[in-house]
Design a protein around this ligand. Structure first.
Ligand SMILES: C[S@@+](CC[C@H](N)C(=O)[O-])C[C@H]1O[C@@H](n2cnc3c(N)ncnc32)[C@H](O)[C@@H]1O
Length: 279
């Protein structure tokens, strides 16, 4: 057959849940490469914020005779679910990756205050109304994160809260030196992981703005590999719905030594947001 006349089979673009599953499959190590899980100082700070937020919401829930209700989106293997439970909350955890949802269901099978939902579409409205919505290192995975935040805010009870951490500040707002430093720190870390060549090839492709919508490494951490997450747009959206919105800017990177140095000297490259007082 003349190859020029061969009709190549067309493949439909992979769905987002297939792409998330390709990266977060059975036995995925969530800690490796996640600064907020690897570095105790960051991890403790985030747990403290979650604890304080659940405690703030506790009186109102007490008066209603129920625990604080939380929706944790994209819980991974549940490190922060544990914190929320220890704070006394009742938690619906969602996961777009079926293997991670299965892991969560196994891990929390004896706890009646946890409901695990495999959520291939990211349909937040399906899980009922809550006092608090939590996204830990999830917004940058969602192509339309502002829409997801608006839908998340819509399920928060009046007086409730929304907390999100561990997303990259919009790259254009980080500035070139800061961005270059963050990239260099990640590449230095990669040398210790043995995948420097692949990392360099991927970086080169991304610097040219070339993305493959069937390649999980281009699609899973969607905004990390593109332009970052627009923290000002996030704050503006939430300010329309919550009485008090606080952006937290901080430095985060994988290598311990770069984290320790950058904490004092590097410009913040990552952000979290704490929104309280749902109107
Ligand atoms: C970087 S991991 C973070 C996991 C966990 N929150 C943590 O901090 O360890 C992001 C997780 O979000 C999940 N995810 C991505 N988009 C999602 C969505 N729209 N709804 C639910 N889960 C989602 C992915 O499957 C992945 O497990």
């Amino acid at each position: 057959m003349n190859p020029a006349t061969t009709v190549e089979p067309t493949t439909a673009p992979a769905s987002m849940h297939e792409l998330q599953e390709a990266v977060h499959g059975d036995g995925h190590d969530y800690v490796d490469g996640s600064p907020h899980l690897m570095h105790a100082r960051l991890n403790t700070w985030m747990r403290d914020v979650l604890n304080a937020t659940v405690a703030d919401l506790g009186d109102r829930a007490d008066r209603a005779g129920r625990p604080v209700r939380v929706l944790e989106v994209g819980a991974g293997h549940g490190p922060f679910t544990e914190t929320l439970l220890a704070a006394g909350a009742e938690v619906v955890v969602t996961e777009m990756s079926a293997p991670s949802a299965t892991h969560l269901a196994g891990r929390f099978r004896h706890n009646p205050r946890v409901r695990v939902v495999h959520d291939p579409t990211g349909d937040l409205a399906a899980h009922g109304r809550v006092d608090l919505v939590v996204f830990m290192s999830v917004l940058h995975h969602i192509p339309d994160y502002l829409d997801a935040l608006a839908r998340a805010a819509a399920v928060v009870e009046p007086g409730g809260a929304l907390v999100s951490f561990q997303d990259p500040v919009l790259y254009s707002r980080q500035g070139r030196p800061s961005r270059a430093l963050a990239r260099a720190a990640t590449l230095a870390w990669r040398t210790t992981r043995g995948d420097l060549a692949r990392g360099l090839r991927t970086q080169a492709r991304r610097l040219r703005g070339v993305y493959d919508e069937n390649d999980p490494s281009d699609m899973s951490e969607y905004h990390c590999v593109r332009d970052g997450v627009d923290e000002q747009a996030v704050a503006t959206l939430l300010a329309g719905r919550f009485a008090d919105v606080r952006l937290e800017h901080y430095w985060s990177t994988q290598a311990g030594w770069a984290q320790a140095l950058g904490r004092h000297w590097a410009p913040p490259n990552t952000f979290g947001v704490v929104a309280r007082g749902r109107r």
